[in-house]
Design a protein around this ligand. Structure first.
Ligand SMILES: [Zn+2]
Ligand SMILES: [Zn+2]
Length: 284
């Protein structure tokens, strides 16, 4: 299998509007493993659009417990089960993710029990294990080693950046974060850094379009997220080979196009810069 990262959902935040792109989810194929990173709304459709069967799911990493990163985790696993999943899936993420999963299972108990009884399916509850990500303790899956660090994403404490490493390739996901100096070394030399990004000049108009937040929403963006310019500076400081931007804020303002994203990043990072689009597949 050739190695790639597919950006399945590329907008920041949980809201979708007519014509909008989808919240955060990615598919990484590396070291013989297929890994789903974050499960925002649309992740099941996004994976299948990449030609992967849901019954082949085995490894999922969640960066943090904001809904735009895990709202569809339960539905993804349930749909995979309906699609024929019969092998184990391991899910890694922050403390509290197990409560979400057990709550989801409880909410769907009637359906799950009916399908076991009426269709002879294995018990979904026995197929999925949810683990707590521990920063600085490497997780090893065959030829793939995964490490995590905490990011700067207040008010959340347990938000992780992940590094996926084989003997000859490395891919790093920033998770949601304000400019994080620790990423400079955590992402050092990676083949690809997938970083969240926002265009600061576009934020006032976005506030207006959302319509039901106040100054606290603007304050959240500024203290918990990274500008495109700073994402590019991080990529340069880390010496990565290529940069991809996702979790784009804004994602659907016609006044701001790919040209604006490139103009805000190119002066600060010499390598290729991919501006996220849903379904964009980046070969490694
Ligand atoms: Zn987010
Ligand atoms: Zn977040």
């Amino acid at each position: 299998m050739s190695d790639f990262v597919a950006l399945l959902g590329t907008k920041g935040g949980p809201m979708i509007r007519p014509g909008s792109t989808m919240p955060t989810a990615s598919l990484l194929s590396l070291g013989g493993q297929s890994v789903v990173v974050d499960c925002g709304l649309g992740v099941a459709r996004g994976i299948t659009n990449q030609g992967m069967s849901l019954k082949d799911l085995s490894l999922i990493f969640i960066t943090h417990l904001h809904s735009d990163h895990y709202l569809e985790l339960g539905p993804l696993l349930h749909t995979a089960w309906c699609a024929g999943l019969k092998t184990k899936v391991e899910v890694w993420g922050p403390p509290g993710l197990d409560a979400y999963w057990h709550g989801f299972l409880a909410s769907m108990a009637f359906d799950i029990d009916t399908r076991i009884e009426d269709e002879g399916r294995p018990d979904l509850r026995a197929l999925v294990s949810v683990h707590v990500t521990t920063p600085d303790a490497p997780m090893v899956f065959g030829g793939l080693t995964v490490t995590a660090i905490r990011t700067l994403h207040p008010p959340l404490v347990d938000c992780f950046a992940y590094r996926f490493q084989t003997t000859d390739k490395a891919v790093v996901f920033s998770g949601d974060t304000a400019r994080l100096p620790a990423l400079d070394s955590f992402a050092a030399g990676a083949d690809l850094l997938i970083h969240e990004a926002m265009l600061a000049p576009a934020l006032p108009a976005l506030m207006k379009r959302i319509g039901n937040g106040d100054d606290r929403l603007m304050h959240h963006w500024l203290r918990a997220h990274t500008t495109a310019e700073d994402a590019a500076k991080t990529a340069a400081a880390a010496g990565v080979k290529a940069l991809a931007l996702h979790h784009l804020i804004p994602s659907d303002d016609p006044a701001f196009t790919e040209t604006d994203w490139q103009a805000n990043t190119q002066p600060h990072f010499p390598g290729p810069i991919h501006i996220g689009k849903d379904g964009l597949r980046i070969p490694l």
